[in-house]
Design a protein around this ligand. Structure first.
Ligand code: ADP
Ligand code: MG
Length: 388
């Protein structure tokens, strides 16, 4: 069915992004100073918008573009795109930045501050400029506070006479996270804010058509199917949800050995993906969060109860950890994982009610059959047997 599955995949960035030309232009404008007077100006920009509104793709494309523009102006700019939900600490983020710089310096056992110093020294001696995008910054700030921004932007602000070498783009989902930010940081970021709106069904249709041309056999997707996907995903305005529906509907067609993706296959696909539970969201979970979620699935799949107690869950998680040769995380950590999974909308929690002795927290899985999620998790866990 698919000519090029990779072109529908999560990390692929298409070379043009319909209905986001304006945003790219705005970004380019904001960085004009950086290009025209490298070292004299740096820039900080904040991008806000809902999931699947194109924030990550537009920014990555812009990073590529700016790197090329810099080159044509005779200086070297390195673009680093960091997913701050995946890279969970300041240390991990700085490591990522250093990796992008390809310093070749061994980094074992260094502190965060030392990593930062190495970055600064390296770009100074090699006359490099950096554009760092901190994607999913809202998630990171909620978890870790502002130290990261403080570290990175102090290097920009404090050395008034030094070369301004580091520019930042922060990306966050709505709602605004301004309330947790230091007012001065917030006001700088707010000055250069770009809002990404949700896509409407017509825009989603264009995006789908464009992506289908690159990825799927001609004529395999009738217009009625595209319209249906655009209408379904139009409710959340989420392009990724639209693409995942298309991808999964294609899989259904494949399984049936049919060469056309009919609207019915979209409906089948829809039963198994919701905006909350998508491969991308699952991929970003830590290894032990996946083990914990797998324990939820294993408990709920055969059960007559719709919920599990946290006690039963923790016990099962212990067994699942053992199965994968892992030491289970502490009770406190497991509790924090549960909270995070609830926050992401993957699990629900409620306090047990009438008829039960004592009060306990009950955990539920509202949006996806346990068996489907179990499958996906087992695949992902197999692939990534290590990690935190
Ligand atoms: N304008 C667009 N044209 C083509 N594909 C798009 C467009 N906007 C988003 N996408 C695709 O939709 C998915 C979600 O976009 P992404 O940039 O990750 O959104 P966000 O970061 O806002 O959640 C990606 O696979 C991306 O390639
Ligand atoms: Mg994103």
């Amino acid at each position: 069915m698919f000519i090029d599955e990779a072109k529908l995949s999560i990390d692929y960035v298409p070379p043009n992004l319909p209905h986001r030309e304006e945003h790219l232009r705005k970004l380019t404008q904001l960085f004009r100073g950086v290009i025209e007077a490298p070292g004299r100006f740096s820039q900080k920009v904040l991008i806000l918008g809902d999931t699947g509104s194109g924030k990550t793709s537009v920014t990555k494309l812009f990073g590529k573009l700016l790197t090329e523009i810099a080159k044509s102006h005779g200086f070297n700019l390195v673009y680093v795109h960091v997913n701050a939900r995946r890279e969970r600490t300041e240390y991990m983020i700085l490591n990522k930045i250093l990796a992008a710089l390809q310093t070749g310096i061994p980094l074992r056992g260094l502190s965060t501050q030392e990593l930062l110093s190495i970055v600064l020294e390296f770009i100074e001696t090699h006359n490099l400029y950096l554009l760092i995008t901190l994607d999913e910054l809202g998630v990171f700030l909620k978890r870790r506070g502002e130290e990261l921004l403080y570290l990175l932007s102090r290097t920009v602000d404090d050395q008034l006479n030094a070369q301004q070498r580091i520019s930042l783009i922060g990306i966050s989902r709505n709602p605004l996270f301004g309330y947790i930010l230091d007012p001065s940081t917030w006001s700088t970021l707010q000055k250069n804010m770009i809002q990404f709106n949700r896509y409407n069904p017509l825009q989603l249709r264009d995006i789908l058509n464009f992506r289908i041309k690159a990825a799927v056999l001609d004529g395999a997707v009738p217009p009625s199917t595209i319209d249906l996907i655009a209408d379904i995903a139009g409710a959340s305005g989420d392009a990724r949800y639209a693409l995942e529906l298309l991808y999964n509907a294609g899989k259904v067609a494949d399984e049936k050995g049919v060469l056309r993706i009919l609207p019915e296959y979209v409906r089948s696909a829809k039963a198994f993906i919701t905006p909350e539970i998508r491969r991308e969201v699952l991929l970003d979970l830590s290894f032990h969060q996946k083990l914990l979620l797998l324990a939820v699935c294993r408990l709920l799949k055969p059960s007559e109860d719709a919920y599990v107690t946290t006690g039963a869950l923790e016990a099962r998680y212990g067994l699942v950890s053992e199965e994968y040769n892992q030491t289970p995380r502490s009770h406190t950590q497991v509790w924090a994982y549960i909270q995070e999974l609830v926050g992401l909308g993957i699990l629900t929690s409620k306090i047990s009610g009438i008829g039960q002795r004592g009060k306990t927290t009950l955990i539920g899985l509202p949006d996806i059959p346990a068996a489907v999620l179990e499958n996906e998790l087992e695949l992902q866990i197999e692939k990534s047997k290590v990690g935190g």
